[in-house]
Design a protein around this ligand. Structure first.
Ligand SMILES: Nc1ncnc2c1ncn2[C@@H]1O[C@H](COP(=O)(O)OP(=O)(O)OP(=O)(O)O)[C@@H](O)[C@H]1O
Ligand SMILES: [Mg+2]
Length: 393
C-alpha cells in the first residue's frame, strides 16, 4: 500500500494529513510509550509498507535522530519526511544526512504545509512504485565517489566497493566510470569492454534498448561501463544526457557506483545530481584535507545537500602529524572507514584483481567489505547492530 504513516503522538497532525491527502492516500499514525529501541519504532512505522513516513515535530530531536537511520537501513523503499517545530538550517542538514529525504516546517499555514509536503509525497509514491520489483533487502542507491585531489584512491575504493556489493547481490550492481580522461576501472578489473559510455548515453536518451547490453560483466556479478575510448567523443556528451543515462542505469540496477575524475566536472555533477550518496575520499595530507573541506563547502553552496555523505580516509596509517580526530574536525565528517597504505593496492590494480577478492594483506579485504556492508547490509547483521536505546525525549 502506497500510503503515509505518521510517527507522532499528535492526533491533530493526523487530522491535517487526512484532510489534505486522505482522499487519495491512506493515512496511518503510530505512537507508543512502550517503544524500547529505534528498530521497534522503525518496524511500527513501516508495518503497512508506506511510501512516506512522516516524523512529527512532537517526536523530538532525540527520537528522530536515532529512528531516521534505522528506517533508512531496515526499510530502504521508504521515503522519510521530518517535520520541525522551527526553521533551522543546521537541524535540517543533520536530518538530511541521517536519512530524511526532506524537512518541512510544521507550524506554517495550511497552504504552505501542503505545498511543502505534496512534492515529497509524489516523489515517495513514484519511488515506492519503482522499487516494488526490487528484493526488500537491497537498499536502492546511487553512490558517487568523489575527491578534489588526483590519486587519493577514488578508483580503488569505487572498484572494491562495487565488487563487494556485487558479491552480495550479483547482477544488481553497475560501476560507471565517469573519469573520461584517465578512467581505469576496466583495467583494475581485468576486463575488455565492447561498448562505452557513448553507446549507453545514446541508448538511454533515445530509449532504444536495455542498458544491460552495453556493460561488461565481471565474474563477481558486477556490470561495468567504461568511459568513451577517446576524449573527442567524450566531449560530445552533454550534462543533461549524462544525467538521464545515470537515472536510466539506476532504474535497471538497484545499486549504482560511480567513479569520477578529481575535482568537479560536468560528468561528476551529472552523477551527483542523481545520487543518494556521496563517498568522499581523502588521504591524510593537509592539502588533500583542506581541498575536501573546500569541495564540501562548494557542494553546500550549490545545494547538493540531500545526498548522504560518507567519508573514507585512505592511506590512514600514513599520518603526517594529524590525528584522525583532527582530520575529521577539518573535513567536518567522521571518518566512517579507514584504508591503510599498502603495496597490495597497486599490485592488485596492476594485476586486474581487486584487493577485496585477493585475500592476504591483513584485513584489507575486510576493510572494503565493511564499506559494502554499509551500503548493502546483510539482514542478519542488521539485527546484531541495533541500538540499545531506552526512553525518549
Ligand atoms: N591505500 C593505498 N595504499 C597504497 N597505494 C594506494 C592506496 N590507495 C591508492 N593507492 C595507489 O595510488 C594510486 C592512485 O589511486 P587511485 O587510482 O585509486 O586514485 P584516484 O583518486 O582514482 O586517482 P585519479 O584522480 O587519478 O583517478 C594508484 O596507483 C593506487 O594503486
Ligand atoms: Mg581514478
Amino acid at each position: 500500500m502506497s500510503g503515509i504513516t505518521l510517527v507522532s503522538g499528535n492526533p491533530n497532525l493526523e487530522a491535517v494529513f487526512v484532510e489534505e491527502f486522505g482522499r487519495s492516500t491512506p493515512v496511518r499514525r503510530v505512537w507508543s510509550d512502550q517503544w524500547q529501541d529505534p528498530a521497534e519504532v522503525a518496524m511500527d512505522a513501516c508495518a503497512a509498507d508506506p511510501a512516506l513516513v512522516v516524523i512529527g515535530a512532537d517526536a523530538g530531536q532525540e527520537l528522530t535522530q536515532v529512528v531516521l537511520p534505522e528506517i533508512d537501513r531496515l526499510f530502504p523503499a521508504t521515503t522519510i519526511l521530518c517535520l520541525t517545530p522551527r526553521v533551522d538550517t543546521a537541524t535540517s542538514m543533520t536530518l538530511l544526512r541521517l536519512g530524511a529525504r526532506d524537512v518541512a516546517f510544521e507550524g506554517g499555514t495550511r497552504r504552505e504545509f501542503r505545498a511543502s509536503v505534496e512534492p515529497v509525497l509524489q516523489l515517495a509514491q513514484s519511488r515506492h512504485q519503482r522499487r516494488s520489483d526490487t528484493p526488500a533487502e537491497i537498499r536502492r542507491r546511487v553512490i558517487t565517489v568523489i575527491s578534489p585531489k588526483g590519486g587519493s584512491g577514488k578508483t580503488t575504493v569505487a572498484v572494491n566497493l562495487a565488487v563487494g556489493l556485487a558479491r552480495r547481490v550479483p547482477k544488481k550492481v553497475v560501476l560507471l566510470d565517469l573519469d573520461v580522461q584517465f578512467g581505469n576501472c576496466i583495467g583494475s578489473l581485468g576486463l575488455r569492454p565492447d561498448y562505452s559510455l557513448i553507446e549507453a548515453v545514446d541508448a538511454a536518451n533515445n530509449e532504444r534498448s536495455a542498458l544491460k547490453v552495453f556493460v561488461s560483466s565481471h565474474p563477481s556479478g558486477l556490470a561495468v561501463l567504461p568511459p568513451p575510448p577517446d576524449l573527442v567523443t567524450a566531449d560530445d556528451i552533454e550534462q543533461d544526457q549524462l544525467k538521464r543515462a545515470v537515472a536510466a542505469f539506476a532504474e535497471e540496477f538497484p545499486l549504482v557506483v560511480v567513479d569520477t575524475a578529481s575535482g568537479v566536472d560536468r560528468f561528476s555533477v551529472a552523477a551527483m545530481e542523481q545520487s543518494t550518496d556521496l563517498l568522499v575520499i581523502s588521504t591524510t595530507d593537509v592539502p588533500s584535507i583542506r581541498a575536501v573541506r573546500r569541495q564540501l563547502d562548494v557542494l553546500d553552496e550549490v545545494g547538493y545537500v540531500s545526498q548522504r555523505r560518507t567519508f573514507v580516509l585512505n592511506r590512514a596509517n600514513a599520518r603526517v602529524g594529524l590525528t584522525v580526530a583532527e582530520i575529521e574536525a577539518a573535513v567536518g565528517l567522521p571518518a566512517s572507514f579507514q584504508i591503510p597504505s599498502t603495496r597490495l593496492i597497486p599490485v592488485s590494480t596492476n594485476e586486474g584483481i581487486p584487493a577485496i577478492e585477493r585475500g592476504g594483506g591483513g584485513n584489507l579485504a575486510e576493510r572494503f567489505e565493511r564499506i559494502a556492508e554499509f551500503y548493502a547490509p546483510t539482514p542478519d547483521r542488521d539485527r546484531e547492530k541495533r541500538f540499545r536505546w531506552r526512553g525518549r525525549r
